[in-house]
Design a protein around this ligand. Structure first.
Ligand SMILES: Cc1cc2nc3c(=O)[nH]c(=O)nc-3n(C[C@H](O)[C@H](O)[C@H](O)COP(=O)(O)OP(=O)(O)OC[C@H]3O[C@@H](n4cnc5c(N)ncnc54)[C@H](O)[C@@H]3O)c2cc1C
Length: 451
Protein backbone atom coordinates (compact mmCIF):
# COMPACT_ATOMS: atom_id res chain seq x y z
CA UNK A 1 0.00 0.00 0.00
CA UNK A 2 2.89 2.37 0.79
CA UNK A 3 4.74 1.72 -2.47
CA UNK A 4 1.50 2.18 -4.44
CA UNK A 5 1.43 5.85 -3.35
CA UNK A 6 -2.27 6.08 -2.54
CA UNK A 7 -3.61 4.30 -5.64
CA UNK A 8 -3.78 0.67 -4.48
CA UNK A 9 -7.25 -0.74 -4.10
CA UNK A 10 -7.34 -2.01 -0.50
CA UNK A 11 -9.68 -4.88 -1.31
CA UNK A 12 -7.51 -6.06 -4.23
CA UNK A 13 -4.42 -5.97 -1.99
CA UNK A 14 -6.27 -7.95 0.69
CA UNK A 15 -7.18 -10.58 -1.91
CA UNK A 16 -3.57 -10.73 -3.11
CA UNK A 17 -2.16 -11.26 0.36
CA UNK A 18 -4.93 -13.56 1.64
CA UNK A 19 -4.93 -15.88 -1.36
CA UNK A 20 -1.17 -15.90 -2.06
CA UNK A 21 -0.25 -18.88 0.12
CA UNK A 22 -2.93 -21.10 -1.43
CA UNK A 23 -1.88 -20.18 -4.96
CA UNK A 24 1.79 -20.80 -4.18
CA UNK A 25 0.80 -24.20 -2.74
CA UNK A 26 -0.77 -24.90 -6.16
CA UNK A 27 2.54 -24.03 -7.84
CA UNK A 28 4.38 -26.45 -5.54
CA UNK A 29 1.80 -29.11 -6.41
CA UNK A 30 2.51 -28.40 -10.10
CA UNK A 31 6.20 -29.09 -9.29
CA UNK A 32 7.73 -25.61 -9.44
CA UNK A 33 11.12 -26.34 -7.80
CA UNK A 34 11.35 -23.43 -5.34
CA UNK A 35 14.80 -23.15 -3.74
CA UNK A 36 15.16 -24.40 -0.16
CA UNK A 37 17.62 -23.84 2.65
CA UNK A 38 17.99 -26.48 5.39
CA UNK A 39 14.74 -28.08 4.25
CA UNK A 40 12.75 -24.83 4.40
CA UNK A 41 11.67 -22.63 1.48
CA UNK A 42 14.42 -20.00 1.00
CA UNK A 43 13.25 -16.38 1.07
CA UNK A 44 14.92 -13.22 -0.19
CA UNK A 45 14.26 -9.51 0.00
CA UNK A 46 13.85 -6.86 -2.68
CA UNK A 47 13.33 -3.11 -2.76
CA UNK A 48 11.05 -1.63 -0.08
CA UNK A 49 10.38 -5.03 1.53
CA UNK A 50 10.32 -4.99 5.33
CA UNK A 51 11.19 -8.68 5.63
CA UNK A 52 12.60 -11.37 3.31
CA UNK A 53 9.53 -12.83 1.61
CA UNK A 54 10.36 -13.62 -2.03
CA UNK A 55 10.44 -17.27 -3.00
CA UNK A 56 12.72 -18.13 -5.92
CA UNK A 57 13.52 -21.09 -8.15
CA UNK A 58 16.80 -22.01 -9.85
CA UNK A 59 18.39 -19.05 -8.02
CA UNK A 60 17.32 -16.29 -10.37
CA UNK A 61 15.21 -18.24 -12.90
CA UNK A 62 11.87 -18.17 -11.04
CA UNK A 63 9.70 -17.02 -13.95
CA UNK A 64 11.16 -19.66 -16.25
CA UNK A 65 10.44 -22.46 -13.76
CA UNK A 66 6.87 -21.28 -13.15
CA UNK A 67 6.26 -21.03 -16.89
CA UNK A 68 7.71 -24.50 -17.58
CA UNK A 69 5.64 -26.10 -14.80
CA UNK A 70 2.41 -24.44 -15.96
CA UNK A 71 2.92 -25.22 -19.64
CA UNK A 72 3.67 -28.86 -18.71
CA UNK A 73 0.36 -28.81 -16.88
CA UNK A 74 -1.50 -27.41 -19.91
CA UNK A 75 0.12 -29.93 -22.26
CA UNK A 76 -1.19 -32.77 -20.08
CA UNK A 77 -4.81 -31.69 -20.67
CA UNK A 78 -6.96 -31.69 -23.85
CA UNK A 79 -6.50 -27.88 -24.16
CA UNK A 80 -5.67 -27.02 -27.77
CA UNK A 81 -2.66 -24.71 -27.98
CA UNK A 82 -2.26 -22.62 -31.13
CA UNK A 83 1.36 -21.56 -31.47
CA UNK A 84 2.37 -18.51 -33.50
CA UNK A 85 -1.20 -17.27 -33.63
CA UNK A 86 -1.82 -13.57 -33.01
CA UNK A 87 -5.16 -12.37 -31.61
CA UNK A 88 -6.01 -9.31 -33.69
CA UNK A 89 -9.60 -8.29 -32.82
CA UNK A 90 -12.10 -8.96 -30.08
CA UNK A 91 -15.58 -9.64 -31.43
CA UNK A 92 -18.38 -8.04 -29.41
CA UNK A 93 -22.15 -8.14 -29.99
CA UNK A 94 -24.66 -6.32 -27.78
CA UNK A 95 -21.95 -5.52 -25.21
CA UNK A 96 -21.00 -9.20 -24.90
CA UNK A 97 -17.86 -10.84 -26.14
CA UNK A 98 -18.65 -13.48 -28.76
CA UNK A 99 -15.25 -14.36 -30.17
CA UNK A 100 -11.79 -13.41 -31.29
CA UNK A 101 -10.15 -12.94 -34.66
CA UNK A 102 -6.57 -14.17 -35.04
CA UNK A 103 -3.77 -14.15 -37.57
CA UNK A 104 -2.22 -17.55 -38.20
CA UNK A 105 1.50 -16.85 -38.37
CA UNK A 106 2.16 -20.04 -40.36
CA UNK A 107 -0.35 -19.52 -43.17
CA UNK A 108 -0.98 -15.76 -42.97
CA UNK A 109 -4.73 -16.40 -42.88
CA UNK A 110 -7.10 -14.71 -40.45
CA UNK A 111 -9.51 -17.01 -38.58
CA UNK A 112 -12.41 -16.34 -36.25
CA UNK A 113 -13.01 -18.32 -33.05
CA UNK A 114 -16.32 -18.11 -31.19
CA UNK A 115 -16.34 -18.12 -27.40
CA UNK A 116 -18.45 -17.63 -24.30
CA UNK A 117 -15.59 -16.11 -22.33
CA UNK A 118 -12.38 -14.51 -23.53
CA UNK A 119 -9.41 -14.10 -21.18
CA UNK A 120 -6.70 -11.66 -22.19
CA UNK A 121 -3.28 -12.63 -20.81
CA UNK A 122 -1.06 -10.94 -23.35
CA UNK A 123 1.44 -9.25 -21.01
CA UNK A 124 2.57 -5.61 -20.81
CA UNK A 125 3.91 -3.09 -23.31
CA UNK A 126 7.67 -2.86 -22.63
CA UNK A 127 8.47 -2.71 -26.36
CA UNK A 128 7.17 0.86 -26.31
CA UNK A 129 10.61 1.90 -25.06
CA UNK A 130 14.11 1.99 -26.53
CA UNK A 131 15.62 0.20 -23.54
CA UNK A 132 13.55 -2.57 -21.99
CA UNK A 133 13.95 -5.84 -20.11
CA UNK A 134 10.88 -7.21 -21.90
CA UNK A 135 10.91 -9.73 -24.73
CA UNK A 136 9.91 -8.89 -28.30
CA UNK A 137 6.34 -10.16 -27.86
CA UNK A 138 5.45 -7.62 -25.16
CA UNK A 139 3.70 -5.15 -27.46
CA UNK A 140 0.54 -4.11 -25.59
CA UNK A 141 -1.73 -6.17 -27.85
CA UNK A 142 -4.32 -7.01 -25.21
CA UNK A 143 -4.67 -3.38 -24.17
CA UNK A 144 -5.06 -2.13 -27.73
CA UNK A 145 -7.56 -4.87 -28.63
CA UNK A 146 -9.57 -4.31 -25.47
CA UNK A 147 -9.69 -0.53 -25.96
CA UNK A 148 -10.84 -0.92 -29.56
CA UNK A 149 -13.56 -3.31 -28.37
CA UNK A 150 -14.86 -0.75 -25.83
CA UNK A 151 -13.13 -1.94 -22.65
CA UNK A 152 -11.73 0.47 -20.10
CA UNK A 153 -8.00 1.10 -19.73
CA UNK A 154 -6.73 2.51 -16.46
CA UNK A 155 -3.51 3.71 -14.72
CA UNK A 156 -1.65 3.45 -18.03
CA UNK A 157 0.49 6.51 -17.25
CA UNK A 158 2.30 4.41 -14.64
CA UNK A 159 5.19 2.47 -16.15
CA UNK A 160 7.89 1.04 -13.94
CA UNK A 161 11.52 1.35 -14.98
CA UNK A 162 13.91 -1.19 -13.49
CA UNK A 163 16.93 0.63 -12.08
CA UNK A 164 19.61 -1.93 -12.78
CA UNK A 165 19.81 -3.41 -16.26
CA UNK A 166 23.18 -4.47 -17.64
CA UNK A 167 24.61 -1.75 -19.91
CA UNK A 168 27.40 -3.41 -21.90
CA UNK A 169 28.09 -2.34 -25.50
CA UNK A 170 26.60 -4.77 -28.00
CA UNK A 171 24.79 -6.80 -25.31
CA UNK A 172 20.97 -6.85 -25.20
CA UNK A 173 19.50 -5.38 -21.97
CA UNK A 174 19.75 -8.03 -19.27
CA UNK A 175 18.13 -7.64 -15.88
CA UNK A 176 20.35 -7.53 -12.83
CA UNK A 177 17.78 -8.58 -10.25
CA UNK A 178 16.88 -6.29 -7.41
CA UNK A 179 17.65 -9.18 -5.09
CA UNK A 180 21.32 -8.40 -5.82
CA UNK A 181 20.82 -5.14 -3.92
CA UNK A 182 18.66 -7.04 -1.41
CA UNK A 183 21.66 -9.26 -0.65
CA UNK A 184 23.93 -6.22 -0.11
CA UNK A 185 24.92 -4.93 -3.58
CA UNK A 186 25.96 -1.24 -3.60
CA UNK A 187 25.40 1.36 -6.34
CA UNK A 188 28.36 3.57 -7.30
CA UNK A 189 28.50 6.39 -9.85
CA UNK A 190 31.01 6.60 -12.69
CA UNK A 191 33.49 8.14 -10.24
CA UNK A 192 33.19 5.12 -7.92
CA UNK A 193 31.24 6.96 -5.20
CA UNK A 194 28.25 5.36 -3.43
CA UNK A 195 25.32 7.74 -4.04
CA UNK A 196 22.01 6.22 -2.95
CA UNK A 197 22.28 7.41 0.71
CA UNK A 198 22.24 10.99 -0.72
CA UNK A 199 18.77 10.38 -2.15
CA UNK A 200 16.90 8.06 0.26
CA UNK A 201 17.14 6.77 3.81
CA UNK A 202 16.60 3.24 2.49
CA UNK A 203 19.59 3.79 0.15
CA UNK A 204 19.85 0.93 -2.40
CA UNK A 205 16.57 -0.56 -1.12
CA UNK A 206 14.40 2.49 -1.82
CA UNK A 207 11.45 1.89 -4.17
CA UNK A 208 12.27 1.35 -7.83
CA UNK A 209 11.14 4.78 -9.02
CA UNK A 210 13.40 6.51 -6.49
CA UNK A 211 16.42 4.37 -7.38
CA UNK A 212 15.82 4.72 -11.15
CA UNK A 213 15.53 8.52 -10.96
CA UNK A 214 18.56 8.80 -8.67
CA UNK A 215 20.57 6.84 -11.22
CA UNK A 216 19.39 9.17 -14.01
CA UNK A 217 20.52 12.20 -11.98
CA UNK A 218 23.91 10.62 -11.21
CA UNK A 219 24.44 9.69 -14.86
CA UNK A 220 23.70 13.29 -15.82
CA UNK A 221 26.02 14.67 -13.12
CA UNK A 222 28.94 12.48 -14.16
CA UNK A 223 28.22 12.68 -17.91
CA UNK A 224 28.03 8.90 -18.15
CA UNK A 225 25.40 6.57 -19.65
CA UNK A 226 25.76 4.13 -16.73
CA UNK A 227 26.42 3.62 -13.04
CA UNK A 228 27.87 0.50 -11.39
CA UNK A 229 26.56 -2.20 -9.10
CA UNK A 230 29.21 -3.51 -6.74
CA UNK A 231 29.05 -6.99 -5.20
CA UNK A 232 32.81 -7.49 -4.89
CA UNK A 233 32.58 -7.14 -1.09
CA UNK A 234 30.14 -10.10 -0.83
CA UNK A 235 31.40 -13.68 -0.40
CA UNK A 236 31.96 -14.97 -3.98
CA UNK A 237 30.14 -18.18 -3.10
CA UNK A 238 27.02 -16.23 -2.14
CA UNK A 239 27.11 -14.41 -5.49
CA UNK A 240 27.63 -17.54 -7.59
CA UNK A 241 25.04 -19.70 -5.80
CA UNK A 242 22.35 -17.07 -5.24
CA UNK A 243 22.67 -15.54 -8.72
CA UNK A 244 23.97 -18.31 -10.96
CA UNK A 245 22.19 -17.03 -14.06
CA UNK A 246 23.44 -13.43 -13.69
CA UNK A 247 26.96 -14.60 -12.77
CA UNK A 248 27.11 -16.92 -15.80
CA UNK A 249 25.63 -14.35 -18.23
CA UNK A 250 28.15 -11.67 -17.19
CA UNK A 251 31.03 -14.14 -17.25
CA UNK A 252 30.05 -15.18 -20.78
CA UNK A 253 30.42 -11.49 -21.70
CA UNK A 254 33.85 -11.18 -20.13
CA UNK A 255 32.83 -9.83 -16.70
CA UNK A 256 33.49 -11.72 -13.45
CA UNK A 257 31.08 -9.93 -11.10
CA UNK A 258 32.78 -11.33 -7.97
CA UNK A 259 35.82 -9.21 -8.94
CA UNK A 260 34.60 -6.36 -11.14
CA UNK A 261 31.81 -3.74 -11.03
CA UNK A 262 28.64 -4.37 -13.06
CA UNK A 263 27.75 -1.49 -15.46
CA UNK A 264 24.00 -0.81 -15.20
CA UNK A 265 21.34 1.75 -16.23
CA UNK A 266 17.53 1.84 -15.93
CA UNK A 267 15.26 0.23 -18.54
CA UNK A 268 11.49 -0.08 -19.05
CA UNK A 269 10.27 -3.07 -17.09
CA UNK A 270 6.64 -3.31 -16.02
CA UNK A 271 3.33 -1.75 -17.03
CA UNK A 272 1.38 -0.95 -13.87
CA UNK A 273 -1.86 -0.03 -15.60
CA UNK A 274 -3.81 -1.95 -18.22
CA UNK A 275 -7.26 -3.32 -18.93
CA UNK A 276 -9.43 -2.36 -15.97
CA UNK A 277 -10.78 -5.41 -14.15
CA UNK A 278 -12.70 -6.03 -10.94
CA UNK A 279 -11.61 -8.53 -8.30
CA UNK A 280 -12.95 -11.39 -10.43
CA UNK A 281 -10.85 -10.29 -13.43
CA UNK A 282 -13.95 -9.03 -15.31
CA UNK A 283 -13.84 -6.03 -17.60
CA UNK A 284 -16.78 -3.74 -18.39
CA UNK A 285 -17.59 -5.96 -21.41
CA UNK A 286 -19.61 -9.01 -20.45
CA UNK A 287 -17.60 -12.22 -20.85
CA UNK A 288 -14.28 -10.41 -21.38
CA UNK A 289 -11.66 -11.03 -18.68
CA UNK A 290 -8.03 -10.03 -18.29
CA UNK A 291 -5.23 -11.29 -16.04
CA UNK A 292 -1.51 -10.79 -15.57
CA UNK A 293 0.41 -7.74 -16.70
CA UNK A 294 -2.15 -6.74 -19.32
CA UNK A 295 -4.80 -6.34 -16.59
CA UNK A 296 -5.11 -3.68 -13.93
CA UNK A 297 -6.91 -4.71 -10.74
CA UNK A 298 -5.35 -1.69 -8.99
CA UNK A 299 -3.20 -3.99 -6.85
CA UNK A 300 0.03 -2.15 -7.57
CA UNK A 301 -1.21 1.43 -7.57
CA UNK A 302 1.35 3.93 -8.80
CA UNK A 303 4.38 1.75 -8.16
CA UNK A 304 4.59 -2.02 -8.01
CA UNK A 305 6.39 -3.53 -5.09
CA UNK A 306 9.09 -5.87 -6.38
CA UNK A 307 8.04 -9.50 -6.94
CA UNK A 308 4.30 -8.82 -6.77
CA UNK A 309 3.52 -9.30 -10.44
CA UNK A 310 3.99 -13.05 -10.68
CA UNK A 311 1.92 -13.29 -7.52
CA UNK A 312 -0.80 -11.10 -8.99
CA UNK A 313 -0.86 -13.24 -12.14
CA UNK A 314 -1.47 -16.47 -10.26
CA UNK A 315 -3.88 -15.08 -7.66
CA UNK A 316 -6.10 -13.13 -10.05
CA UNK A 317 -5.64 -15.68 -12.86
CA UNK A 318 -7.14 -18.31 -10.57
CA UNK A 319 -10.03 -15.98 -9.68
CA UNK A 320 -10.78 -15.53 -13.39
CA UNK A 321 -10.99 -19.28 -13.86
CA UNK A 322 -13.22 -19.66 -10.78
CA UNK A 323 -15.48 -16.89 -12.06
CA UNK A 324 -15.88 -18.49 -15.50
CA UNK A 325 -16.62 -21.85 -13.86
CA UNK A 326 -19.36 -20.54 -11.60
CA UNK A 327 -20.93 -17.80 -13.71
CA UNK A 328 -23.86 -19.19 -15.65
CA UNK A 329 -24.38 -15.72 -17.03
CA UNK A 330 -21.46 -13.57 -15.99
CA UNK A 331 -22.04 -10.09 -14.71
CA UNK A 332 -19.66 -7.44 -15.85
CA UNK A 333 -17.72 -4.69 -14.12
CA UNK A 334 -19.65 -1.46 -14.31
CA UNK A 335 -18.26 1.25 -16.59
CA UNK A 336 -16.56 4.09 -14.74
CA UNK A 337 -18.42 7.34 -14.46
CA UNK A 338 -17.56 10.89 -13.46
CA UNK A 339 -14.53 13.07 -13.91
CA UNK A 340 -12.02 10.24 -14.13
CA UNK A 341 -13.36 8.66 -17.39
CA UNK A 342 -11.95 10.06 -20.63
CA UNK A 343 -11.86 9.30 -24.33
CA UNK A 344 -8.74 10.04 -26.40
CA UNK A 345 -8.70 13.76 -27.28
CA UNK A 346 -8.68 14.93 -30.88
CA UNK A 347 -5.58 16.98 -31.63
CA UNK A 348 -4.72 19.44 -34.37
CA UNK A 349 -2.92 17.52 -37.13
CA UNK A 350 0.85 18.25 -37.18
CA UNK A 351 2.22 19.94 -40.29
CA UNK A 352 5.10 17.49 -40.28
CA UNK A 353 5.60 14.37 -38.20
CA UNK A 354 8.65 12.12 -38.42
CA UNK A 355 8.05 8.88 -40.34
CA UNK A 356 6.65 6.08 -38.20
CA UNK A 357 8.80 3.04 -37.50
CA UNK A 358 9.38 0.93 -34.40
CA UNK A 359 12.71 2.45 -33.40
CA UNK A 360 11.36 6.00 -33.89
CA UNK A 361 8.41 5.19 -31.64
CA UNK A 362 10.67 3.62 -29.00
CA UNK A 363 13.05 6.60 -28.98
CA UNK A 364 10.15 9.07 -28.73
CA UNK A 365 8.65 7.20 -25.77
CA UNK A 366 12.03 6.81 -24.06
CA UNK A 367 12.94 10.49 -24.47
CA UNK A 368 9.56 12.14 -23.80
CA UNK A 369 7.41 9.65 -21.86
CA UNK A 370 10.14 7.89 -19.88
CA UNK A 371 11.58 8.07 -16.36
CA UNK A 372 11.54 11.87 -16.07
CA UNK A 373 8.67 13.59 -17.95
CA UNK A 374 7.73 17.21 -18.59
CA UNK A 375 4.53 18.84 -19.85
CA UNK A 376 6.37 20.19 -22.88
CA UNK A 377 7.88 16.83 -23.85
CA UNK A 378 4.55 15.06 -23.33
CA UNK A 379 2.74 17.62 -25.53
CA UNK A 380 5.26 17.06 -28.29
CA UNK A 381 4.97 13.28 -28.03
CA UNK A 382 1.15 13.46 -27.93
CA UNK A 383 1.09 15.46 -31.20
CA UNK A 384 3.39 13.03 -33.00
CA UNK A 385 1.59 9.94 -31.70
CA UNK A 386 -1.77 11.36 -32.71
CA UNK A 387 -0.47 11.98 -36.26
CA UNK A 388 0.94 8.47 -36.46
CA UNK A 389 -2.30 7.01 -35.14
CA UNK A 390 -4.26 8.81 -37.85
CA UNK A 391 -1.99 7.45 -40.56
CA UNK A 392 -1.83 3.79 -39.53
CA UNK A 393 -2.25 1.44 -42.43
CA UNK A 394 -4.23 -1.80 -42.45
CA UNK A 395 -1.93 -4.38 -40.78
CA UNK A 396 -1.02 -7.49 -42.71
CA UNK A 397 1.56 -9.36 -40.66
CA UNK A 398 2.61 -9.77 -37.03
CA UNK A 399 4.99 -6.82 -37.01
CA UNK A 400 2.49 -4.38 -38.48
CA UNK A 401 -0.25 -5.50 -36.08
CA UNK A 402 2.13 -5.05 -33.17
CA UNK A 403 3.32 -1.63 -34.33
CA UNK A 404 -0.28 -0.41 -34.60
CA UNK A 405 -1.02 -1.72 -31.10
CA UNK A 406 2.09 -0.02 -29.71
CA UNK A 407 1.12 3.33 -31.24
CA UNK A 408 -2.31 3.13 -29.60
CA UNK A 409 -0.78 2.15 -26.23
CA UNK A 410 1.77 4.97 -26.57
CA UNK A 411 -1.05 7.44 -27.17
CA UNK A 412 -3.02 6.22 -24.16
CA UNK A 413 0.08 6.43 -21.95
CA UNK A 414 1.08 9.89 -23.14
CA UNK A 415 -2.40 11.39 -22.88
CA UNK A 416 -2.82 9.95 -19.36
CA UNK A 417 0.60 11.32 -18.34
CA UNK A 418 -0.44 14.75 -19.66
CA UNK A 419 -3.72 14.65 -17.73
CA UNK A 420 -2.02 13.69 -14.46
CA UNK A 421 -0.63 17.05 -13.38
CA UNK A 422 1.42 15.81 -10.45
CA UNK A 423 4.18 13.33 -9.64
CA UNK A 424 3.22 10.08 -7.98
CA UNK A 425 5.02 6.73 -7.81
CA UNK A 426 6.43 5.80 -11.20
CA UNK A 427 5.00 8.93 -12.88
CA UNK A 428 7.33 11.90 -12.44
CA UNK A 429 6.88 15.34 -14.07
CA UNK A 430 9.45 18.11 -13.70
CA UNK A 431 6.68 20.74 -14.12
CA UNK A 432 4.59 19.13 -11.33
CA UNK A 433 7.21 17.54 -9.05
CA UNK A 434 4.88 17.10 -6.06
CA UNK A 435 2.08 14.68 -5.29
CA UNK A 436 -1.31 16.39 -5.29
CA UNK A 437 -4.22 15.11 -3.12
CA UNK A 438 -6.54 16.20 -5.92
CA UNK A 439 -5.00 13.49 -8.13
CA UNK A 440 -5.48 10.60 -5.74
CA UNK A 441 -7.73 9.01 -8.31
CA UNK A 442 -7.46 6.79 -11.35
CA UNK A 443 -7.55 7.92 -14.95
CA UNK A 444 -9.73 5.67 -17.10
CA UNK A 445 -9.87 5.72 -20.91
CA UNK A 446 -12.77 4.31 -22.88
CA UNK A 447 -13.46 4.73 -26.57
CA UNK A 448 -17.02 5.96 -26.23
CA UNK A 449 -16.94 8.41 -23.31
CA UNK A 450 -19.08 11.38 -24.35
CA UNK A 451 -17.36 14.63 -23.48
C1 LIG B 1 13.52 -9.88 -16.99
C2 LIG B 1 12.28 -9.87 -16.13
C3 LIG B 1 12.36 -10.28 -14.79
C4 LIG B 1 11.22 -10.26 -13.99
N1 LIG B 1 11.32 -10.68 -12.70
C5 LIG B 1 10.20 -10.73 -11.94
C6 LIG B 1 10.25 -11.25 -10.62
O1 LIG B 1 11.31 -11.64 -10.14
N2 LIG B 1 9.10 -11.29 -9.90
C7 LIG B 1 7.91 -10.87 -10.41
O2 LIG B 1 6.89 -10.95 -9.74
N3 LIG B 1 7.84 -10.37 -11.66
C8 LIG B 1 8.94 -10.29 -12.43
N4 LIG B 1 8.87 -9.77 -13.71
C9 LIG B 1 7.56 -9.37 -14.24
C10 LIG B 1 6.78 -10.63 -14.66
O3 LIG B 1 7.66 -11.57 -15.21
C11 LIG B 1 5.71 -10.29 -15.68
O4 LIG B 1 4.89 -9.28 -15.18
C12 LIG B 1 4.87 -11.53 -15.97
O5 LIG B 1 5.66 -12.54 -16.54
C13 LIG B 1 3.73 -11.20 -16.91
O6 LIG B 1 3.09 -12.40 -17.18
P1 LIG B 1 1.89 -12.45 -18.20
O7 LIG B 1 1.50 -13.90 -18.29
O8 LIG B 1 0.87 -11.45 -17.86
O9 LIG B 1 2.52 -11.98 -19.59
P2 LIG B 1 3.73 -12.59 -20.44
O10 LIG B 1 4.57 -13.50 -19.61
O11 LIG B 1 4.38 -11.44 -21.12
O12 LIG B 1 2.99 -13.50 -21.50
C14 LIG B 1 2.17 -12.94 -22.48
C15 LIG B 1 1.97 -13.98 -23.55
O13 LIG B 1 0.95 -13.52 -24.45
C16 LIG B 1 1.39 -13.72 -25.79
N5 LIG B 1 0.75 -12.71 -26.64
C17 LIG B 1 0.97 -11.37 -26.64
N6 LIG B 1 0.19 -10.77 -27.56
C18 LIG B 1 -0.56 -11.74 -28.14
C19 LIG B 1 -1.56 -11.77 -29.16
N7 LIG B 1 -1.98 -10.64 -29.79
N8 LIG B 1 -2.10 -12.95 -29.51
C20 LIG B 1 -1.71 -14.10 -28.91
N9 LIG B 1 -0.76 -14.15 -27.92
C21 LIG B 1 -0.20 -12.98 -27.55
C22 LIG B 1 2.90 -13.55 -25.73
O14 LIG B 1 3.51 -14.19 -26.83
C23 LIG B 1 3.22 -14.23 -24.39
O15 LIG B 1 3.36 -15.61 -24.57
C24 LIG B 1 9.99 -9.80 -14.52
C25 LIG B 1 9.92 -9.39 -15.85
C26 LIG B 1 11.05 -9.41 -16.66
C27 LIG B 1 10.95 -8.96 -18.08
Amino acid sequence: MAAGAGLCDAEAVRILTNEAADCIADLIKFRVPFDTLDGEIALTREAAHSVPRVMHAGGDATGEHIELALSRQVRSTPIRVLENCLASDILVQNDRVVGVRALDGHTGSVEEYGCRFLILATGGAGKLFKYTTNSDVVTGDGIALAFEAGAEITDIEFFQFHPTVLRLPGVAPFLISEAVRGEGGILRNAEGRRFMPDYAAEAELATRDVVARSIVYEMKKTGSDRVFLDVTHLPPRLVTTRFPHIYRFCLDHGLDITRGLIPVAPAAHYLLGGVKVNSGGETNISGLFAAGETACAEVHGANRLASNSLLESIVFGRRVVQRTETAASPGNGQPSTGACAYSLPEREPLATAPPLNLSGLQSLMWDKVGIVRSGEGLQEAAGILDSWHGLLSEPSDRLSYELNNLVLCGRLMTEAALLRKESRGAHFRTDFPRTSPEWQRHIVFRKDVSS
